[in-house]
Design a protein around this ligand. Structure first.
Ligand code: GLV
Ligand code: MN
Ligand code: MN
Length: 425
């Protein structure tokens, strides 16, 4: 790398870190980073991203579902009327790290700013998108913002409520969105050239390989369920153990069974997580009558995931029968394994090689907006190393130097795609 490129990478890394820190300040809980979909903090983060986009010379708007959209028009005489979309999300999990999502938005804004500064001519428009609902933490919906842009969100997806009983459509109105107009967020597939996303790896592979960036080959499929076990409330002092229908005892057994099933299917990359549990009535002296737990199930390919889902349901039926309970699975999210397009993997490889880096290809176990966007257009993803592979944790950390390299790689990736498009016409 020449001295000038190193200097640029250093400056881009430092600016990325400043922008990440500014977004991290916007949180519902002091001392944490928690920014849930359609919360007032999401709205403030969206406003900050809008300002950055305007400063970067983009034409900014918010779509009906709250996605911030910043357009850089094509600037070449032989332009097509297509748009290359670049995005990621600005919502977070509870007590999140600072980089999961925001870095992809920051990288997109900085890359288009560099493209203009360097006078790079592009035969297509570039649009940076800051999505909201990637994490699916507040409402039982996941990837709703990117699904709306992809044209696959359904009106009933807005008819859900959060844990406080707030309806998504009401939260959307308060945010400034328009529940009745979400169909208008959908893009015409013919108008889109593809979708690129830069994201932190959230795993340990790049660090182990001593690489700053990598090329994503595919994103693991996932199911999410709300599982309800129902038994019978009773007096903790009077009902003998063998006459109880204790929903929490059944839930405890089911959680262990889920864990065991995923361990046994580990060779197929199956992972299963119970991350939420609610117990009713929830009193020290009352036998639990109802437990609702969340189940997040993923695998590298689809069939082992379906197989694990079947095994978990069978185990749940057996456990329910043993404890005199009823059990129900409500699936509220399913996304198949999604492949990144060869043309975007290959152009990313050229861009990464041009920086003198080894172009490692790896899959993503984490979910991304690209999964929804793949229903609209070809997608490509680039990963950035994160320390210890730690994510969904306040310890999440990415070196500014790696972020700078990722932004530079993104600029070169867009340039390489432009060269290919010009060669086609
Ligand atoms: C998003 O981070 C997910 O993979 O759950
Ligand atoms: Mn993410
Ligand atoms: Mn995440």
């Amino acid at each position: 790398m020449t001295l000038a490129v190193s200097e640029t990478v250093r400056a881009l890394g430092n600016r990325s870190e400043e922008m990440i820190r500014a977004l991290a300040e916007i949180t519902e809980t002091e001392g944490q980073i928690t920014r849930l979909f359609l919360s007032p903090e999401h709205k403030r983060a969206a406003a900050l991203v809008s300002d950055w986009m305007e400063q970067a010379g983009l034409t900014v708007s918010n779509d009906a579902i709250g996605t911030v959209c910043g357009i850089l028009p094509a600037n070449n005489r032989s332009s097509s009327n297509k748009t290359l979309l670049i995005g990621s999300h600005i919502d977070t999990v509870i007590n999140a790290g600072a980089y999961d999502g925001p870095f992809g938005v920051v990288a997109g804004v900085l890359a288009v700013s560099e493209i203009q500064k360097r006078g790079i001519e592009l035969p297509f428009a570039v649009e940076v998108l800051a999505f909201g609902d990637e994490e699916g933490v507040r409402f039982p919906s996941t990837l709703l913002s990117s699904s709306a842009v992809a044209g696959v969100a359904k009106p009933e997806d807005l008819e859900v409520t959060d844990a406080d009983g707030v309806r998504l459509c009401d939260a959307l109105k308060d945010f400034g969105g328009d529940p009745a107009a979400t169909a208008k967020a959908a893009r015409d597939p013919d108008s889109v050239l593809g979708y690129l996303e830069v994201h932190i790896e959230q795993g340990p592979v790049l660090e182990a390989e001593r690489l700053s960036v990598g090329i994503v080959t595919s994103i693991a499929g996932a199911n999410r369920y709300r599982v309800t076990l129902s038994g019978m409330a009773g007096h903790a002092g009077t009902v003998p153990m063998h006459l109880r229908s204790d929903a929490l005892v059944g839930a405890a057994e089911l959680i262990c069974a889920i864990n065991q099933i995923a361990h046994e299917a580990n060779d197929h990359g199956v992972v299963a997580t119970v991350g939420e549990l609610s117990v009713e009535p929830g009193a020290v002296n009352v036998i639990p009558a109802e437990v609702v737990l969340s189940l997040d199930l993923r695998a590298a390919t689809d069939e082992p995931r379906h197989e694990a889902a079947r095994a978990i349901k069978q185990a749940a039926d057996k456990i329910a029968a043993k404890h005199g309970l009823s059990v129900g699975f409500e699936q509220y999210h399913e996304v198949s394994t999604c492949l990144c397009a060869d043309r975007f993997q290959n152009t990313a490889e050229k861009a990464i090689k041009s920086l003198g880096l080894r172009p490692l290809r790896l899959m993503s176990g984490a979910g991304h907006d690209g999964q929804a966007m793949s229903q609209l257009t070809d997608i490509g993803m680039m990963f950035v190393r994160c320390q210890g592979g730690i994510s969904h944790n306040p310890l999440e950390y990415v070196e500014p130097h790696d972020m700078g390299l990722a932004v530079e790689a993104l600029v070169r990736w867009i340039e390489t795609i432009a060269e290919e498009e010009r060669a086609k016409s």
